[in-house]
Design a protein around this ligand. Structure first.
Ligand code: ADP
Ligand code: ZN
Length: 228
């Protein structure tokens, strides 16, 4: 029997802070995080069959096929989360097809689990700035997130990851062109996703995420207290 009480979806554009916020929730609240982006990059790095199939898609900044993502999520949920109180979905579901499959999965395996969506809202102009200055840990088991703006535009090359000591790199989809493609993709799907959540009666909480992550975290804590 799984002990999961709630599943929390962090919905937001690329660079809205889902990853950094998720890590904070994992460290401070002992939640579990499923990042489909991290999982995809792990597959590519490990050279699995899935990794070979999705390598080009990831580089181009477009979405991986729904069925591939849904299988990955199902496998992760079945093997990784037995003892978690709260599970964060970071970067999933990204399409209504994924959301529908996920709800069907929940009906089968997580009957009494609450589903809640936090929507992280950041203006596109800020997203472009954040992503074009983002650097990440090169260790695919870690993938901690840093900012060139904070580390210094030449200093980050020599800096090591605080978590695991590996070097830092730029993601190959964080170029201006691909950031634009990812944002277009995001806006294309978001309205349909929000409508789907409204239709199934799932709570969607809007959060201003154009503030430091610590403030976003405090706001999440506040909503967690009042929605217990
Ligand atoms: P970002 O949110 O910054 O685009 P992610 O790390 O969440 O970055 O995702 C990186 C890439 O992984 C996406 O551009 C896409 O190719 C793939 N991906 C991740 N999650 C999904 C998903 N739920 N559906 C389809 N593709 C996904
Ligand atoms: Zn690291």
């Amino acid at each position: 029997m799984s002990s999961i009480r709630q599943i929390i979806i962090f919905l937001g554009a690329p660079g809205s802070g889902k990853g950094t916020l998720s890590r904070m929730c994992v460290d401070k609240l002992d939640w579990k995080q499923l990042s489909t982006g991290d999982l995809c990059r792990q597959h590519v790095q490990a050279g699995t069959e899935i990794g070979k199939e999705i390598d080009f898609t990831l580089k181009s900044g477009t979405l991986v096929r729904d069925s591939v993502i849904i299988d990955m999520v199902a496998q992760w949920l079945a093997t990784q989360v037995q003892d978690a109180d709260s599970v964060i979905l970071d970067g999933f579901p990204r399409t209504v097809v994924q959301a529908r499959s996920f709800i069907a999965m929940m009906d089968g395996s997580f009957e009494n689990v609450t589903l809640k969506v936090y929507q992280l809202i950041v203006p596109d102009s800020e997203i472009v700035k954040r992503l074009s200055s983002r650097v990440v840990c090169s260790n695919k088991e870690c993938q901690a997130i840093y900012s060139e703006r904070l580390l210094g535009s030449s200093e980050w090359h020599t800096k090591k990851c605080d978590v695991c000591g590996h070097s830092l790199v730029k993601r190959n989809d964080d170029t201006v062109e691909k950031i634009h493609a990812r944002l277009v993709n995001y806006h294309h799907h978001i309205e349909q996703l929000l409508e789907y959540y409204r239709n199934i009666g799932c709570q969607v909480i809007d959060i201003n995420a154009d503030v430091p992550t610590e403030e976003i975290f405090q706001e999440i804590l506040y909503y967690e207290r009042i929605t217990q």
